[in-house]
Write a protein that binds this ligand. Sequence first.
Ligand code: DC
Length: 238
Amino acid sequence: MPDTTTQRLLRGKVITLDGPAGSGKSTTARLLAKRLEFEYLDTGATYRAVALLAKRMNVSLDDDRQVDEMLGHFSLHFVAGSDRNRVILNDEDVTADIRTGEIDRLVSPVAAHQGIRRFLAAWQRERAAEGSVVLEGRDTGTVVCPNADVKIYLDASLDTRARRRQLDFQRTGQTVSVEEIKNDIIRRDKADTERAHGPLKPADDAIFVDTSGLTIDEQVEKVYQVCLTRLTGTGANR
Ligand code: DC
């Protein structure tokens, strides 16, 4: 926990954490927010929740009227938990439902949909308005909060990313091969970097942190120090 002077300097600041799947951004963002005593906003979960809603409502993404009607039924909030934040969609806990292989596949076209992106970016911006928040997700530093105080871009090798994703699956009782995961990561990276609206790309002023070979504790420490240096000039990592 930061000391009182540092806490005062940090108050109201906005930090964005972007990076591709498996770069460790979710865990890092959650633990960083906890350490700074900031809110944590997982923007990927908002896209996943819309993908789940679209599946359940059998929405065709090509039909604007259906998409608008679905977004009118979108009510989401997060409940802080000791491990992962709970995701509540329309009063139902969908934390596990949005992290299946099926939603991994359904979420790319949802994230490529201009109307949905505009809706979710506005939703996220509204929640970040009060500051003292860590926003995690692909376009948080470029589109959602381009004026953020610190922008971090995490990356890691394909092997590292695939192994981390496999552990995520194992934790939820799903068995998926590393090869299958690698192919899915390559496919998603391609879809995410090449899409016309809100493509995955680091902000010009983002600070790159390579997380290959770092434990999660080392990774959080590194990002924490980078943030302190940027925001207060007192971090160890100048
Ligand atoms: O980070 P994640 O795997 O939970 O993200 C789910 C999907 O949503 C992924 O395909 C990227 C997309 N996404 C996005 O386009 N913009 C964001 N700000 C966050 C996630």
